[in-house]
Design a protein around this ligand. Structure first.
Ligand code: BG6
Length: 300
């Protein structure tokens, strides 16, 4: 089924469209096309697996070895990490939101050509361990990709403490050639080989080994300068106090069953959220919104 906007005054060529399809392993997916871009979103994890402007290479890296299986996370794109980040004793890494089938609640192709889709995390036995809450995820596709994760604590008397993170994997020409700006002066937890607190001294971070860092109190825009693909990517955010930078490098890539041995050369994760010491505590009835806007421009 394909559905476009119904505003008769809108120019037909400017209308965004949403098409419902069977994706890999017949998992349901939505293909969004706008005048500027295309995007693919799986209901499994409300996972954006693709965003591509018509005149650029794909923005998001997807592993050729990714699983597309219920109960398993997709490797690449933008996993939605919630309600915890990283390992948790006796529980799966990075929470359960990325392995559940989200409900599509509404989608709205707007007269300006944008398309917004709202997904909701269904109730589950895992969620029952927390105070009652709702998790909504709004994806807006146009010249850029905007993601909003809205968490509301429905409890009348209990605080809801959680972590969240939009774990974006970016496609790059060569990870050793890029530089990342916007992190200088921040303290970070360096989780490679332990968990040591350090301070970022570089205004143009380069990658030449495994990197796994949680930058704290990091609310500024981060930019990825990619000379090989001739592109600059901007990660703008609101309601996010943490930035995570991750590249598994050689040994870890070989250990991951759903990731190619050499794929670390073509990706970098710059993730936006609220993790570790920046986790969120919502009072009864409280709500929080994490907003991330991903955009890119071709370097002249
Ligand atoms: C990053 C973490 O966010 O996600 C890393 O900082 C982790 O420590 C990586 O290895 C991938 O996690 P997963 O569960 O998708 O393999």
């Amino acid at each position: 089924m394909t559905t476009g906007a119904s505003d008769p005054k809108a120019k037909p060529e400017a209308l965004g469209r949403v098409t419902f399809l069977d994706g890999q392993n017949e998992l349901p997916m939505l293909e969004v096309s706008t005048a500027w871009s295309t995007a693919v979103i799986y209901l499994h994890g409300a996972h954006v697996t693709q965003f591509k402007k018509h005149d650029e290479p794909p923005l998001l890296f997807m592993s050729q070895c990714s699983r597309f299986t219920e109960g398993q996370p997709i490797r690449g794109g933008i996993p939605v990490i919630f309600p915890w980040f990283g390992p948790r004793e006796g529980l799966r890494q990075h929470g359960f939101a990325r392995v559940q089938t989200w409900e599509l609640k509404e989608f709205a192709p707007a007269p300006d050509g944008s398309v917004s889709l709202r997904f909701r995390l269904p109730d589950s036995p895992e969620a029952a361990a927390f105070p009652p809450f709702t998790a909504d995820y709004i994806v807006t596709v146009n010249q850029s990709l905007t993601l909003q994760l809205v968490i509301t604590n429905l409890s009348k008397d209990a605080e809801f403490t959680f972590e969240n993170c939009l774990h974006s994997y970016f496609e790059v020409g060569d990870v050793t050639a890029l530089s990342i700006s916007g992190l200088k002066g921040l303290s970070y937890l360096d989780t490679v080989g332990g968990s040591v607190e350090k301070t970022e001294t570089s205004d143009a971070l380069r990658i030449s080994s495994e990197v796994d860092r949680i930058y704290q109190n990091a609310s500024d825009t981060v930019a990825i300068f990619d000379p090989r693909l001739g592109r600059k990517i901007r990660v703008e955010k609101q309601g996010s106090a943490s930035t995570v930078v991750w590249n598994p490098w050689i040994a870890k890539s070989r250990q991951m069953p759903d990731f190619g041995d050499e794929e670390y050369e073509r990706m970098i994760c710059v993730e936006s959220g609220n993790v570790a010491s920046n986790s969120i505590s919502l009072p009864p009835g409280g709500s929080s919104t994490l907003t991330v806007k991903l955009s890119s421009e071709t370097l002249k």
